[in-house]
Design a protein around this ligand. Sequence first.
Ligand code: HEC
Length: 143
Amino acid sequence: MRSSSCIYRHTSMRSRKLFWICIVSVSLIALYFSFRYFVSTITELPAGDSLNNIIRSDTENIARGKILFDAKCRFCHNAYNTETIAGPGLQGILKKPELPVSRRPATSDDVRSQLRQPFSRMPSFDYLTDKEVEDIIAFLNTL
Ligand code: HEC
């Protein structure tokens, strides 16, 4: 009799512990998803998109990107063909599978790293803000 009540108490303590572990993990998961949702609303991302790989398609972003491109990239890069000036022509740059020189995947993330830490001879554009880089990528995506 005594031993069985002891077993009973033991299992109920264990299930109570399990219960709390469940509650804590469910809350952590809920917290994680609400945080992701919060981040996606402040940056206006469609849910599920990677924060770094999003490409904007609003006309204002594209227009600002073109102005930046003309001011900072055009003397080394053709936008409307693939002929080289100092760097490769960037026509269709984000529509091809690979970037022309480094052969890294043609994603917005890799273009961003080309601007921050260029592959070899291109000057770095580390001083551009994230927003400006986003605009340039929006423009490149239309080429
Ligand atoms: C002074 C010349 C110069 C300027 C200005 C310049 N680039 Fe480049 N770019 C290069 C050269 C040279 C390469 C070839 C790869 C290298 O040397 O890093 C290149 C490569 C690239 C590539 C392909 C990278 C790869 O991985 O194959 C992209 C994309 C690019 N540039 C985008 C830009 C953008 C966007 C700007 C403007 C913000 C810009 N470049 C400004 C010279 C330039």
